[in-house]
Design a binder for this molecule. Structure first.
Ligand code: UDP
Length: 242
């Protein structure tokens, strides 16, 4: 059987930490972890080079955590970055279990457990068909892993940044509160920035605009959707210049 040709040669996939836990839960659970690893392994198997930027919100988000605990925001952000390392290590194990060679590279050095981010080394892994899980976002506080994802996508010359979420894409209103909310097939960078559409952090969206990086928001929970996005099917919401 002829294999369909992927549209992208290299992608950065951004996934929030909450995709790894059971609904309403915290931390990590095996079922979602293995399911998401399966989706990633599937597109890597198609020959697409895959870098995955993982969030840490299933453990903590710096801004909330600093407030709840009354601790310094920068410290809370470093804790959040370390949480992404936990997710990255779990995802690496899951991908290895599925037979997909994987490396973790962290923006905060944790040399006993993973490599530190090194652009050239990362590119070499990708070219050799290894999935690279990129942990600790940018390595700096006061931003989130959305910024890490856009920076990595640009510096690694990815063809697109794919943002896997729990919903089908970007809506013109909150679908949880307004059942008439419409899914938008396309949005411009300007719309996202000016109308504060909830696609990604504004700073990250601005960077995508500056470098003309296409972003596709899609439902990671619908099996096979990542594959469909990679094949160039019109699913989810595409963010671009027009
Ligand atoms: N974080 C940070 N700098 C970064 C990336 C992440 O300070 O470059 C911290 C920040 O506190 C953030 C937390 O790590 O809230 C977890 O990341 P994020 O909120 O992006 O996780 P997600 O919501 O995607 O699971």
């Amino acid at each position: 059987m002829k294999q369909e040709a992927p549209r992208y040669r290299r992608i950065i996939l951004k996934i929030s930490g909450e995709v790894f836990c059971l609904p309403s839960g915290l931390g990590l659970a095996r079922e979602p972890l293995m399911r998401i690893a399966g989706e990633i392994a599937d597109v890597a198997q198609m020959g697409v080079q895959v870098g995955v930027v993982v969030g840490g919100g299933n453990f903590l988000r710096g801004a909330n955590f600093a407030q709840e605990l009354g601790i310094d925001r920068s410290t809370a952000d470093y804790m959040g970055m370390l949480a992404t390392v936990l997710n990255a290590l779990a995802l690496q194990e899951a991908l290895h279990e599925l037979g997909r060679p994987t490396r973790v590279q962290s923006a905060l050095p944790v040399p006993r457990v993973c490599e530190s981010f090194d652009r050239h080394r990362c590119l070499r892994h990708l070219e050799r068909g290894r999935v690279v899980v990129l942990a600790a976002g940018t390595g700096n506080p006061h931003v989130t892993t959305d910024s890490g994802a856009s920076i990595r996508a640009i510096e690694l010359k990815a063809d697109a940044l794919l943002k896997g979420t729990k919903v089908d894409g970007v809506y013109d209103d909150d679908p949880a509160r307004n059942p008439a909310a419409r899914l938008l097939g396309r949005v411009t960078y300007e719309q996202v920035v000016n109308q504060r559409l909830r696609v990604m952090d504004i700073g990250a969206a601005e960077m995508c605009e500056q470098f003309g990086l296409p972003v596709i928001v899609f439902n990671l929970f619908k099996p096979g959707t990542l594959r469909r996005v990679v094949l160039g099917e019109p699913v989810g919401t595409h963010m671009g210049a027009v």
